[in-house]
Ligand binder design. Structure first.
Ligand code: UD1
Ligand code: MG
Length: 444
């Protein structure tokens, strides 16, 4: 049986006070909508349709990038109306469709799976949760068999219904053909004059299709409507990612200070010191240590490497096995080969540093002339003396030695010693003479 998902994202999200559409704000480095798409896909949905508002071009572009289709809901007439806008995109689809909201980044693939599973047994399913504070959620009323009797929206509920704490999460699964038949027949005779998705089970019952109620935790269905809720959802996601890393054998002394991205890969026995940020695209191999206050993005760190404290790995940094990258060293689009060391205060960009090479404190690859980027190639076991500028394009041969303070503009052959600095001149006694002359001049 095929699986599809419809994700509603036509809401305005005005409370974010942002020019960025709500569902494109990021949690753990990935847009909220991306988390929902990933969960649906993880549960087996092969066709995913995102419902957007007319001015939601950025959302449609993002959906396309994630391999999802997008449709437009011309007017915001309610969640049932929004879901029905996906009918044309799914007209050739046979199977189960799960309908949910695009602003619930913590929804897991397990909950999607649970809805698809429950649908199989009953014909249709919704997901519900026990709310600590049910406030404005739709209330889930069960029948004597524990199946769904009805969902009552808060604004339409009487006092007895409002006292119910089982709430509608906003994930519904049904046979696609039947779903769109019911969605087309929804009415808006309710307190909000909206076409409610939550009325679908009533129409299903008229066709003798029952509705099972799967359960989830309140945290999973947390919707993001404001910056404060975005920060709360981020905190919850970070807790999840930290716990998953710890469970997989990553060592962290202060996990609450380490920030992950949705795709961070840390192998077992990686040690992460406090206050480290993993932006998207990072892989760290077993036995490597990431020391305090380091920032890594789209970078790879090999087995046993030491990075930081205060290191910055930018996109394209590849740190091989047993490399040391120390404090205030920035590496961008550069491969640092096995056992090489850059321990202090360096910029290495658009470069290769050969195995066993030593990059002295203050070494800079001058890779940019204001127009183009140029490559620096440093051979195996080369030694770059402190405070050298390597003006790219330039190459330093294997085993070559660059004297401290050099400005290197011409390539240095293998095993050569290169000086790129003025020769020192020392004048004995001249300092004393200078002092006396200046002191007597100042008195006058
Ligand atoms: C909805 C549910 C409620 C549930 C709650 C959980 C309905 C009628 N009610 O209420 O039972 O407890 O979610 O959070 O479904 N949207 C559109 N087009 C529209 C209207 C909404 O795309 O015309 C999208 C919004 O962008 C949002 C989602 O649907 O992502 C939910 O809409 P919202 O207005 O927040 O529904 P609630 O009133 O919270
Ligand atoms: Mg809502």
């Amino acid at each position: 049986m095929g699986k599809a998902a419809v994700i509603l994202a036509a809401g305005m999200g005005t409370r974010m006070k942002s020019v960025t559409p709500k569902v494109l704000h990021k949690i753990a480095g990935k847009p909220i909508l991306g988390h929902v798409i990933a969960a649906a896909r993880g549960a087996g949905a092969t066709k995913i349709v995102v419902v957007t508002s007319p001015d939601g071009q950025a959302v449609r572009d993002y959906a396309a990038k994630e391999g999802a289709d997008a449709v437009i809901q011309e007017q915001q007439l309610g969640t049932g109306h929004a879901a029905n806008c996906a009918a044309s995109a799914l007209k050739d689809f046979a199977g189960v469709v799960a309908v949910t909201y695009g602003d619930m980044p913590l929804l897991t693939l397990k909950t999607f799976e649970a809805s698809y599973e429950a649908q199989k047994t009953a014909g249709m399913a919704i997901v519900a949760f026990e709310a600590k504070d049910p406030s404005a959620y739709g209330r889930v009323i069960l029948d004597r068999d524990g199946m769904l009797d009805r969902i009552v929206e808060f604004k339409d509920a009487n006092d007895r219904e409002r006292a119910v704490t089982l709430c509608n999460a906003g994930l519904l699964a049904a046979d696609a053909k039947l779903f769109f038949k019911w969605a087309a027949n929804l009415k808006n005779d309710n307190a909000q004059k909206e076409y409610y998705l939550t009325d679908i089970p009533l129409l299903a019952r008229a066709d003798r299709v029952a509705c099972a109620v799967a359960r989830t935790d309140e945290e999973e269905v947390m919707g993001v409507n404001s910056r404060a809720e975005l920060a709360q959802a981020e905190a919850a996601m970070q807790r999840r990612l930290r716990n998953a890393a710890l469970a997989s054998g990553v060592g962290m002394t202060a996990p609450e200070t380490v920030y992950f991205s949705y795709d961070t890969v840390l192998e077992s026995d990686v040690l992460v010191e406090p206050f480290v940020v993993f932006a998207p695209g990072v892989t760290v191999r077993s036995g490597a240590q990431i020391k305090a206050f380091s920032h890594l993005e789209s970078a790879e760190v090999g087995q046993g490497a030491l990075v930081g404290p205060y290191a910055r790995l930018r996109p394209g940094a590849v740190i091989e096995e047993d490399v040391h990258i120390g404090n205030f060293v920035e590496v961008k689009k550069a491969r640092i080969e096995k056992g090489a060391k850059a321990n202090h205060l360096s910029y290495i960009g658009d470069a290769r540093v050969g195995a066993g090479a030593n990059i002295g404190a203050g070494t800079i690859t001058c890779n940019y002339d204001g127009y183009s980027k140029f490559f620096t190639d440093i051979g195996a076991n080369a030694f770059i003396g402190s405070n050298s500028s390597l003006v790219a394009p330039v190459s330093i041969g294997d085993g070559a030695y660059v004297a401290s303070g050099s400005v290197i503009t011409e390539s240095v052959p293998e095993d050569a010693l290169a000086f790129g600095r003025a020769r020192q001149k020392t004048l004995p006694g001249k300092a004393k003479e200078l002092r006396e002359r200046r002191a007597s001049a100042a008195k006058k």
